[in-house]
Design a protein around this ligand. Structure first.
Ligand code: XCC
Ligand code: SF4
Length: 625
């Protein structure tokens, strides 16, 4: 690879990434792409899901010569168990993040912290009412205490179904009941998956996969949904605003701090601290002109959606951001944080700071954030960053390009407001075929693809076909860098989408938030289905994660399909060793749920697949092409 003069262009489509890859080579730094090369080719048994390590009679790997594991389990059972546990990881990640939000909210409601507040009182009251809590004549915090308890209950074992299923079209809930996939409690479904996949339990691949649907639905309709709703209540419901993306948001003459991870409980406090006069003065004394905060990945999405804080980059940009040599400190909570960031940071002056006991990194400093000390800890982190500024070597600093403008902040509340308070204009536009359908374009980067090439090109192809794109997670940064998150991008859209978005003054690709915020898309789908009087699976909707990598992304894809949304993935999960699981994913689920997975690495072909599906669903509703 080293001799190929075009190697950096093959790794990423972006100028800022390519320049930093060159610098990495000059500075002698190994990146995720180098390590991928070392790991290639990947183990075929692992890749197809037929390696079992569930007990110590094994490990067993299935081949033609040895078609059964020591216990007698075949490929289907082994794949189903492995995939079930993979999805459990994703559901647990989102939902534990949701639980952390409930704990923060609980602490506020009980007066255990002064560092966090209720920012959106109206939303608190609205959601409390939705969940059957009395609000009339009661004090706000009293209502909040009840809502916290109500949400905690959703994680337990005593419910027949999680609370937000009241949002679902009745017909669809009946179908889930028939199939036995109504999620009862978040922790319960995750734990049950671990139980079922213990040696000697659920030895029927299809049955294990049914439970996988139920568990992922618990994530989408409870764990993630609670995370989103409570983050809005605590930090404000997003509304449209401007922001900027790419490595150009770093400032050569300022103390640069990056927040990385997922939960706004940490990043929101860091944001407050960097705006404190005393700390800005301290930065000036250290020779900087100020303190600059930028985001990475999903906590970046959270801060961008609510506060307009710039986004330095997505998953594959996290190492490259440090390679600019301009980052004093990177503060993280959890999920999607490459352990390599510590080593890359050590090659410069960049300090890595962890904040959650459940996500510590060897070599990083730990500044534990708790409800009662969030502000104090945030100030400490900012002071650490200012200290590092004096250690920066300006000769090694290279900030590669100018930032790109974007528009963000499209919560469902904001979308409704843009539509004049009701969904009818959107429904009318869909019925008239001006907006032919909508696609949730979500998820990650994966070095197995040219970075962001599929994310960007799929978004472009879809809007050309008058399909509205709803972006979350790391796709957001890709779409933003490609100039698709501004109202002017309607010039790249088909005539119908151009007309509608043009009249509303919104971009054809709407940023709806972080990965847990895919719950916003679920809610929007349910609102639309209820408005038209059909199930979600009847709507001209699809989802796609072209460059996905994580367990969480697979869980999102699975709850999307289970919710009736056709879902495209760039590559399959590690299930291809099982005909039963693979056929179920690609076909069988369609019969049960009106939605299935589709696999296609080429974004242009994927756009065609999605387009065909949307045509089919429009036809089903009797809508014109
Ligand atoms: Fe992680 Fe959420 Fe994927 Fe980005 S998109 S790489 S999961 S940060 Ni959710
Ligand atoms: Fe092998 Fe069965 Fe044990 Fe898996 S559970 S490691 S297939 S003996």
């Amino acid at each position: 690879m080293k001799e190929d003069p075009k190697r950096f262009e093959k790794m990423s489509m972006w100028d800022d990434a390519q320049k930093m890859l060159q610098k990495a080579e000059r500075d002698g730094i190994e990146t995720v792409w180098d390590r991928l090369e070392q790991q290639t080719p990947h183990c075929k048994f692992g890749e197809s899901g037929v390696c079992c390590r569930i007990c110590t009679m094994g490990p067993c790997r299935i081949s033609k010569k040895a078609p059964l594991g020591v216990c007698g389990a075949g490929a289907d059972v082994i794949v189903a168990r492995n995939f079930g546990r993979f999805l459990a990881g994703g559901a647990a990640g989102h939902s534990d993040h949701g639980r952390d939000c409930i704990e923060a909210f609980h602490a506020v409601a009980h007066g255990h912290t002064k560092d966090y507040q209720i920012k959106d009182e109206q939303k608190l009251l609205r959601i409390a009412e939705e969940r059957g809590i009395a609000i009339e004549g009661r004090e706000l915090l009293e209502v909040a205490r009840d809502l916290a308890d109500e949400f905690f209950e959703d994680f337990g074992s005593r419910r027949e179904k999680v609370g937000f299923l009241s949002r679902l079209p009745v017909k669809q809930l009946e179908n889930w009941e028939k199939l036995g996939i109504v999620p009862r409690g978040v922790d319960r479904e995750v734990t049950e998956m671990m139980h079922r996949t213990h040696m000697g339990c659920d030895n029927d691949a299809g049955n294990t996969m049914l439970h996988a649907l139920r568990m992922c639905l618990a994530d989408g309709w409870s764990g993630s949904m609670i995370a989103t709703e409570l983050s809005d209540i605590l930090f404000g419901t997003p509304s449209p605003r401007k922001a900027q993306v790419n490595l150009g948001v770093l400032k050569e003459d300022q103390v640069n701090i990056l927040v990385h991870g997922h939960n706004p409980i940490v990043s929101e406090k860091i944001l407050e601290a960097v705006n404190e006069e005393e700390l800005i003065d301290l930065a000036r004394k250290a020779g900087a002109s100020g303190v600059n905060l930028a985001g990475l990945c999903c906590t970046g999405n959270e801060l961008m959606m609510r506060q307009g804080i710039p986004m330095a980059g997505n998953h594959l940009m996290t190492e490259l951001a440090i390679i600019t040599g301009a980052v004093e400190l990177i503060v993280v909570d959890y999920q999607c944080i490459m352990p390599s960031l510590v080593q890359v940071g050590n090659c410069y002056h960049t300090k890595m700071v962890t904040t959650a006991d459940k996500a510590r990194f060897t070599g990083a400093d730990h500044v534990k954030f708790e409800m009662h000390n969030g502000m104090e800890q945030a100030r400490k982190v900012v002071r650490m960053a200012i200290d590092r500024y004096t250690m920066r070597n300006q000769d090694r600093v290279e900030i590669p390009c100018e930032p790109v403008d974007i528009m963000t902040g499209f919560s469902n509340e904001a979308l409704l407001e843009a539509l004049g308070g009701s969904l009818s204009p959107l429904v009318d536009a869909i019925k008239a075929g001006k907006i032919r359908g909508a696609v949730g374009l979500v998820g990650c980067n994966n070095p197995k693809y040219k970075h962001d090439f599929c994310n960007v090109n799929l978004a472009r192809e879809l809007i050309k076909k008058d399909i509205l794109v709803l972006a979350t997670g790391c796709v957001t940064t890709a779409a933003g860098k490609a100039g698709l998150l501004v109202p002017e991008a309607i010039e790249q859209a088909g005539p119908g989408l151009k007309e509608i978005c043009g009249s509303l003054g919104i971009p054809p690709v709407l940023h709806m938030g972080s990965c847990v915020d895919n719950a916003r898309i679920l809610q929007l789908a349910a609102l639309l289905a209820n408005e038209i009087g059909v199930s979600i699976s009847d709507l001209p909707l699809a989802a796609s994660s072209p460059e996905w990598y994580s367990e969480k992304a697979a869980t999102i894809g699975t709850y999307a399909v289970a919710s009736g949304i056709y879902t495209h993935l760039g590559h399959p999960p590690n299930i291809t060793g099982s005909p039963v699981v693979t056929n179920l994913a690609l076909e069988g689920l369609d019969e049960m749920l009106g939605a299935c997975f589709a696999i296609e690495p080429d974004p242009f072909k994927a756009a065609e697949l999605i387009d065909e599906r949307i045509k089919m669903k429009r036809k089903g509703l009797g809508l014109p092409e």
